[in-house]
Design a protein around this ligand. Structure first.
Ligand SMILES: [Zn+2]
Ligand SMILES: [Zn+2]
Ligand SMILES: [Zn+2]
Length: 615
């Protein structure tokens, strides 16, 4: 739906990174790749790797563009508003209004918004009405009426906002509230010129008629509120934050750090409810979703400084500014260059949130013993994630070194870190560029898209660093599934676990979807490990080759009907006992087709209880 004119923010100064990186590559080729490799592969630490790239003559040629385009512009705002007013597709019109608002220069503290600003806000309200997003529109009209700065706006603005509030209230059949809005508007309408009085009186008359006719409430298609907060099975672990007390963290030579059930856990139990230390939305979603909580936002608020990001509410905006956005704001458009890869902004946010102290203490953190408490929101947990440097080809690591140096320059531009600490900061960035590519997870949303629950599809909104979830290993026959909740994620059991069973997530394909070689290739590309699950070890066949199994029972058929109706949680509850009967642990033989279908259905139900969008 987004056209090229407003498909999220546009990167700026793309040439800066590409020119720098191309120079590095050319110099390595000129020096002789094999000769460079002999030295590079022998290096032990990220500091040494970054330093090796820094010693290249071309590394001195990294120049960030001096001007940035992140600033607001009245001219841009005006042209987006014009586009919005000429647009016949309401969804796109809303995106254009929000883009216009992003570009609108913010009024000085306490001053009334400019005429342009008000025009954008009113056009957005009308568009939200056209889209039938009445609750969102009502909340926005109320927010504007409560805005102290609007007391200084012309009387007509107040009348317009009261009329809009009344229209939203009438659509939602909030009759007494709508009556009150109409009366309030009529009281001040007298202060306007006669012609305007007549116009608003007509509009208010129409609304009144709706109310006296007692028209029923119209269907509301506002962005849905947050899904209910998940409850951890058996409460929270004493030392593992946001992890169930029925799970323990275990370390072994073969499996690394991993999570094991300490009691029997039934299917459908939430075992992790994690929050990310850092996260980012993919740029096309920057005009439709809150940058901070990652939920769809009909009437978002812009950043007071840059023209790139939007927030669903004042609390989200304040918290984002405090945690990471104040740091990234002046350099944000330098960080969304597609040549940098999707991890660049995520890693920048890890470092921005970790703050200058982490850059100062980077070397100490390496040698520090792990703290007693494992908390995804503490930088130490993110710092301790594996990097798999030894398994990466040299070209891959060199590119990451170049990105790390570029990010360090951006951090310095944003006032974090100093030239003297450049190597340490770049080494830290390199560490996270590696650990994030095997520990970052997607944030997803189920998009109903007008086709109902049956045709709904999951869309990837962005990426996030979940330190607790990253303690789970992969299996091609997993026993847990992830489901996004805002920027957070829950991990729910999909099969019964016995005490001693490892929690197994799936980072690629399930055994019945793809041949072992294809599964393996998909995994190795990103996660650099060898799968030892029962399906891989025993060479289980694909779905078509599995035994048929008994036909679905009444509970399973009922669950399918509930799923089609979009009653996902109920469907999952109906299926849980059926799935439990399929047995626990790593089986010695593959499940039959019906058991696989029950698993897929159960997984679908659980995933669908997370983020959802009507659009
Ligand atoms: Zn938000
Ligand atoms: Zn900003
Ligand atoms: Zn496997």
């Amino acid at each position: 739906m987004d056209g090229p004119t407003c498909a999220g923010p546009q990167p700026f100064g793309e040439d800066a990174f590409s020119t720098f990186y191309d120079g590095v590559c050319a110099e390595v080729r000129a020096l002789g790749i094999e000769q460079f490799r002999a030295e590079f592969d022998a290096l032990d630490t990220d500091s040494e790797r970054v330093s090796a790239v820094l010693r290249l003559e071309s590394a001195g040629r990294l120049r960030l563009p001096t001007a940035s385009r992140t600033g607001k512009s009245e001219q841009q705002a005006r042209s987006y508003l014009e586009m919005a007013m000429n647009c016949t597709d309401s969804s796109r019109k809303l995106v254009l209004c929000n883009t216009a608002l992003q570009h609108c220069p913010a009024p000085a503290a306490g001053a009334a918004p400019s005429e342009l600003h008000l025009a954008v806000l009113l056009n957005r309200l009308w568009t939200v009405y056209e889209l039938g997003r009445f609750s969102s529109g009502l909340a926005e009209a109320q927010r504007l009426l409560d805005e102290p700065a609007l007391a200084a706006a012309p009387v007509e603005t107040r009348v317009q906002l009261l009329v809009e509030r009344a229209r939203f209230e009438a659509a939602l059949a909030h009759r007494p509230a709508a009556e009150a809005s109409v009366r309030q508007a009529l009281q001040i309408v007298r202060q306007l010129e006669r012609q305007q009085q007549a116009m608003y009186a007509r509009e208010l008359g129409t609304i009144r008629k709706r109310l006296t006719d007692a028209e029923p409430a119209q269907a509301d298609s506002s962005a849905p509120g947050p899904p209910p907060a998940p409850r951890l099975f058996a409460g929270e672990h004493e030392r593992l934050r946001r992890v169930s007390s029925a799970v323990e963290l275990v370390t072994s030579e073969r499996r690394g750090r991993h999570l094991v059930a300490t009691t029997d856990i039934p299917p459908g139990s939430v075992v992790i409810a994690d929050e990310p230390f850092a996260w980012s939305l993919h740029p096309p979603r920057w005009t439709t979703h809150c940058q901070h909580c990652c939920r769809p936002a009909d009437c978002p608020l812009p950043c007071p400084n840059c023209a790139s990001v939007l927030f669903c509410s004042q609390p989200c905006r304040s918290e984002a500014l405090r945690l990471y956005h104040a740091t990234e704001c002046p350099v944000l458009d330098l960080l969304i260059d597609p040549n940098l890869g999707r991890m660049a902004l995520l890693v920048f946010r890890v470092l921005a949130r970790a703050g200058p102290e982490a850059l100062e203490r980077a070397e100490e953190l390496d040698s520090e013993s792990a703290s007693d408490v494992y908390d995804s929101l503490a930088y130490e947990a993110v710092h301790s994630q594996v990097t798999n440097t030894a398994d990466r080809p040299m070209g891959d690591v060199i590119k990451r070194c170049a990105v790390a140096l570029y990010l360090t320059a951006c951090l310095q531009r944003a006032g974090v870190g100093s030239a003297e600490r450049r190597v340490a900061a770049a080494a830290l960035a390199l560490r996270h560029l590696q650990s994030c590519s095997c520990n970052a997870y997607e944030i997803t949303e189920l998009r109903l898209g007008g086709g109902g629950a049956r045709l709904a599809e999951f869309e990837e909104l962005g990426g996030a660093v979940y330190a607790a979830v990253s303690l789970t290993n992969h299996s091609c026959f997993p026993n847990v599934v992830r489901s996004s909740r805002g920027r957070g994620v829950t991990v729910t059991t999909t099969r019964p676990l016995r005490a001693g069973d490892e929690l197994l997530d799936n980072y690629g394909f399930h055994f019945h979807e793809e041949e072992e070689t294809a599964r393996y290739a998909a995994l190795r590309r990103q996660y650099q490990f060898h799968c030892e699950c029962a399906a891989c070890e025993q060479g289980w066949p694909l779905y078509a080759e599995l035994a048929d199994g008994a036909p679905p029972g009444a509970e399973q058929r009922a669950a399918v009907e509930l799923l089609v109706l979009g009653r996902y949680a109920e469907a999952a509850a109906r299926l849980a006992p059926v799935v439990a009967a399929d047995g626990a642990g790593e089986p010695s033989a593959p499940p039959d087709k019906q058991a696989v279908q029950r698993q897929s259905l159960f997984i679908r139900c659980i995933q669908s209880t997370g983020n959802i969008s009507a659009e």
